[in-house]
Design a protein around this ligand. Sequence first.
Ligand SMILES: Cc1cc2nc3c(=O)[nH]c(=O)nc-3n(C[C@H](O)[C@H](O)[C@H](O)COP(=O)(O)OP(=O)(O)OC[C@H]3O[C@@H](n4cnc5c(N)ncnc54)[C@H](O)[C@@H]3O)c2cc1C
Length: 438
Amino acid sequence: MESKVTIIGGGLAGSAAALELVARDIPVVLREMRPNKMTPAHSTGELAEPVCSNSFGSMRNFSANGLLMSEMELLGCELLQIAKSNAVPAGQALAVDRLGFSSAVTKSLEQNPNIELKRGEITKIPRDTIVILASGPLTSDALMADIKSIAGCDGLYFFDATSPTVTLESLDMSRAFWANRRDPDGDDYLNCPLEIDEFNLFHKALADAERVDIKDFEPDKLFESCLPIEIIAMRDSEAMRFGPMKPVGLSHPETGEKYYAIVQLRREDKEGRHLNLVGFQTRLKYPEQKRIFSMIPALKDAKFVRYGHMHKNFFMDAPKLLDEYLRLKSDSNIFTAGQVTGGEGYLEAIAQGTCAGINVARIINEKEPILFPKETILGSFASSLINFEGKSFQPMKVNFGMVPPLEKRIRGRRERREKLAERSLDILSKFIADNNLA
Ligand SMILES: Cc1cc2nc3c(=O)[nH]c(=O)nc-3n(C[C@H](O)[C@H](O)[C@H](O)COP(=O)(O)OP(=O)(O)OC[C@H]3O[C@@H](n4cnc5c(N)ncnc54)[C@H](O)[C@@H]3O)c2cc1C
């Protein structure tokens, strides 16, 4: 068997796995098809490119995402460190300078003598080496066909969309203000208010707008926690005001004025030149995006540097196809990580890549792979994927429902979650020390 580990896909999961392996002196061949062959959502050839939002989610321990971040910090996850060094202000969330982050990851991987980076599409999974399959939701068709033939089952899919980005310089700042609803002194979001009449016109235009026809599109295969804004608009105008256009906690910092609805924009780069419309993922036709989003008063002359678009996202039927270490049941030399496992989200992909790297390193060093404790988000996430018993398996993000309850019941939600976080980090610290992981 080939001594180097092959990682297929230099996205978030693949890059995290590569950094984890070389930190343990294991040589890696990293196969990435971009820029030779692009996916429909990536826009550069850089590794670990976040395809849509530039946020890795909340850093607060009383959110499952924040706890996962703390767990990965305990493990010394290098990719997370790179994200933190490229952070842009985003309140309690960790958001990154998109290009700064992915260029730093690319540089770190390219410069590592233990990593051989090969560009070009992989159409067949090598069978003479240990593989980490991290080709993501936009896995190329040829590779998807090979995965199906090895795993012995069809892949699943759902539809997901990205949101547009505009330049700060093109916005009407007399109709916008910087503030953060969770921090009275914060200025992390650019808030673009709409009065009731403006909102009603905007809502109607959005609900009636022309959408792109997508081959094989099935509305029941939309990802419920990331719905296109026009679908939310079609359901109900209040769904918009209670969702992405929520005005709660936001008043003008100078005048104290409150608003009927607000669109929030988040910085995409350290200089804050580009801003992404938060929660405005869409599959409207591009001219429609320009026409309708320019109805937001601050965006009336906005220059769009990127429009939103929708894609079919591949994932595997984890409960049927994967074992407890997220290896293919049909070939235990093939580990999986990232969205191919049905785990949804940037941070989740980094976490799975890190875990796959740790386990592959252990196998190469002739040790048993490990399962993270069930009280941790790391451990409970993997087991929730493979032990799913519902009717139809759908991609999952991490959540506190995955971990076992506390022995003593605590009433307040935040206090309960803080205790769950404390328990997880205590158990994980001991587990890391016992298994010599950090
Ligand atoms: C359109 C879209 C928007 C999303 N928005 C968000 C969001 O805002 N926030 C969030 O948390 N999650 C989002 N996700 C979900 C998802 O978790 C992220 O896409 C995340 O990047 C997945 O990480 P990954 O490493 O599994 O895949 P990726 O980061 O996509 O990495 C996979 C890599 O494999 C490469 N590849 C594919 N096929 C081959 C091949 N045959 N040979 C060689 N290389 C190949 C690709 O080029 C890519 O670089 C989104 C997904 C999509 C598709």
